[in-house]
Every structure is written in structure tokens, then in C-alpha cells.
Design a protein around this ligand. Structure first.
Ligand SMILES: *Cc1c(COP(=O)(O)O)cnc(C)c1O
Length: 360
């Protein structure tokens, strides 16, 4: 079976080396030494001023919304994982969907201003598949209308924009280190931000709102992560360059076969370095996408429909808004397998099936 993704696992001895330390210290969670070490190593690797390691990427978005004290409407993308939208609603705000660009699959910045009302407090956009949004245009709109910007960069480990980690942009940027992501800590996530005060606030929110052992400043949550998760992150971080390189090679191998008039691949945003976290392809019609999906499954290859359906059409978030571009792309897109050990021969096998089905 060739799944859409497979978690990377480091050599078991390297993980065990960290767990032996955990046994010696008997310190399992609550801002332990491995959590600190991972935060420092990630800061260094990513060259970002601050980050907080959290227990998942969804809590990261919720803490960002809470820390920025957002109210009312939040402009967001319908083309993302459901956690982007659910976090807005969970924090008592309303998602306002703005349609996407059909080439980059990110929120269409030229359509944001028309959606702003006196009720709008922020823009929460996803850098979809690891490909950066139109960050400069969004920053200009936010400044003009006094809005906060949060980026859901769950797919973005290793992506750069204008020479810097894409995590460095936005009032707060969030990511996920879930097992299915390019870099993972089994479960995990992080927030990034350049303002020390905001960071301190998020650090309190992560820890129940504690400001000292018997003092609470904020209504917090349990957003902490453990020594075991940090250990997996430290063991995996050693292999990050190989993981990124293998994704790039796989993408090139796919493109050798699939650069043709009747399939659309992602248009990488200008001035950015794309991490090749996913390999999405968009077919001419939803019927063709369905047929390819079924044929691949019949051959034990399981692509995923990332993302389908468009979030503006899903039951809990349906509010009458239409997003024709997103709805159309959702019906025609498949993500083909990419993961560390996927071989060129397996990619050739997948592509032959795709081409045979297309040519039929
Ligand atoms: C994975 C993902 C999340 C959620 O991250 P978790 O760590 O699984 O909570 C949020 N947004 C996007 C776009 C994702 O892909």
C-alpha cells in the first residue's frame, strides 16, 4: 500500500537516548529540559526570534486568537483543514470566507477588502500546502484597516519567504508538528511572534494562565507539550535536511511525468522557497478526479482529497457564503503521496496509473 503520507521515524536508538535522560531526571512534562532544548534548536534552525512549543497546531491557533483578543468577524480561507475555521468558532468569533486564488490555492488578497466591515477584527489565512500567501498585500490591507493577521502555517516547516522562514510573518504565526506533517513531534505545534509582550501572554495562556504558582493573570488553557514529544522533535530535527531534500526530489520526479496541459500543479509564490510538503494536482473535471482517485485506490495507492469539501459548505460552518473558486478546486484536486521513503519507482508506478487513466 502507498498511503498519501507516512510519518518519519528516526532510528529508535536515537529516540531512546533521549528517553533514558527522561528516566534519569523523572521530569516528564511542564517546561522540561527537552522542551527547552527543542525550542532553542528550532529558533536557531528557523532563525526566528521567538516560539512556543505547544501540544498541537489547533491549540496554537486558538491561543493566537485569544492572545490577540479578537472579536466579531475573522476573514479566513475556505480552502484549508477544518481546524483553521473551527478554531475561529471555538473562540466565539465568526468566520467570513474569502475565495482563493486558483493558481496558488491561497486566499485571494485582492478580494479581502470587499469583505471587511466594522465588525472585522483579523485575517486568519493558511499558507496552503506550504506555499506562502501574498504576505505583502495582506500586511498592507491589515495596516490600512487596523486588523490583526494570523497565519496558519501548519504545512510550512522549511518554507521561506523573501529569504526568511515564513513563520516570521504575521502578528502571530502558528504551525503543527502532527505526525503527518513534514516535521513532527507525534502531536505538537507552535506559535511564533515577534512581540515580547504578546509572547509572554501566550506563554501564560499555554500554562492555565499561571503567572506564578498561586497567581493567575489570564483565562488560560493546557497548551503544554511533554518531554517525550520534545524528544521525538529533537531526534527528527537531525534529519530535517534529508526530509526536505527527499520531498524536493519527489516533486521533481512527479513533475517529469505530470507537466502537461490537462493537469494543473501548484504555482509557487514569487520570492519564496517552497518546502514541497504536498503534491497537489488539479484535474480538468471532478469526474476525472474521481476516476483517478478510484483507479489509484484499486491499485493500493491512497491519495487524499486535500481539501474537500470547501469549508464554507461543511455543515457546522455553512452560512450561505459562496466561494466558487474554492468549491471548484476542491472538487478537482488530489494530493498524491509524498513521504520520506517514497521511491522514484513508486512515483513512476503512481504516474503511469494517472496517465493511463487520463489517456483513456
Ligand atoms: C494539521 C493542520 C492543523 C491542525 O494541526 P494539529 O496539530 O493536528 O492540531 C491546522 N491547520 C492546518 C492547515 C493543518 O493542516
Amino acid at each position: 500500500m502507498i498511503p498519501v503520507t507516512k510519518p518519519f521515524l528516526p532510528p529508535i536508538e536515537e529516540y531512546q537516548k533521549y528517553t533514558e535522560g527522561i528516566w534519569q531526571r523523572n521530569w516528564l512534562t511542564n517546561n522540561g529540559p527537552l522542551v527547552n532544548e527543542l525550542e532553542l534548536k528550532l529558533k536557531d534552525y528557523l532563525q526566528v526570534p521567538h516560539l512556543l512549543f505547544l501540544n498541537n497546531g489547533t491549540i496554537a491557533i486558538q491561543i493566537a486568537i485569544k492572545a490577540l483578543q479578537l472579536k466579531g468577524d475573522i476573514i479566513t480561507t475556505p480552502f484549508s483543514y477544518v481546524a483553521t475555521t473551527s478554531s475561529i468558532v471555538w473562540e466565539g468569533c465568526q468566520p467570513v470566507f474569502v475565495d482563493i486564488d486558483k493558481h496558488t490555492f491561497n486566499i485571494d488578497a485582492s478580494k479581502i477588502e470587499a469583505a471587511i466591515t466594522p465588525n472585522t477584527s483579523a485575517i486568519l489565512a493558511t499558507h496552503v500546502y506550504g506555499n506562502p500567501c501574498d504576505i505583502d498585500a495582506i500586511a498592507a490591507i491589515a495596516k490600512k484597516h487596523n486588523l490583526k493577521v494570523i497565519y496558519d502555517a501548519a504545512h510550512c516547516f522549511g518554507t521561506k519567504y523573501k529569504g526568511k522562514s515564513v513563520f516570521a510573518y504575521g502578528d502571530v504565526c502558528t504551525t503543527s508538528f502532527h505526525a503527518t506533517k513534514l516535521f513532527h513531534t507525534v502531536e505538537g505545534g507552535a506559535v511564533f511572534c515577534n512581540h515580547a509582550d504578546l509572547l509572554r501572554k501566550m506563554a501564560q495562556l499555554r500554562n492555565f494562565g499561571h503567572d506564578g504558582p498561586e497567581h493567575f493573570n489570564e483565562v488560560g488553557i493546557n497548551g503544554k507539550n511533554s518531554e517525550f514529544h520534545a524528544a521525538m522533535g529533537l531526534a527528527n530535527l537531525k534529519y530535517i535536511q534529508q526530509i526536505l531534500d527527499s520531498r524536493k526530489n519527489q516533486t521533481q520526479q512527479y513533475l517529469k511525468w505530470l507537466t502537461r496541459e490537462d493537469v494543473q500543479t501548484i504555482s509557487v509564490t514569487e520570492d519564496s522557497e517552497f518546502n514541497c510538503a504536498y503534491f497537489p494536482i488539479v484535474f480538468k473535471t471532478s469526474a476525472i478526479a474521481d476516476k483517478i482517485f478510484e483507479t489509484l485506490n484499486a491499485n493500493n495507492v491512497t491519495p487524499r482529497r486535500y481539501f474537500n469539501p470547501s469549508l464554507n459548505l461543511t455543515e457546522p460552518y455553512r452560512n450561505g457564503q459562496v466561494c466558487p473558486v474554492s468549491e471548484d478546486i476542491c472538487s478537482r484536486v488530489l494530493c498524491l503521496p509524498v513521504y520520506y521513503n517514497l521511491s522514484n519507482e513508486e512515483i513512476d508506478f503512481i504516474c503511469r496509473i494517472v496517465l493511463r487513466t487520463l489517456n483513456n
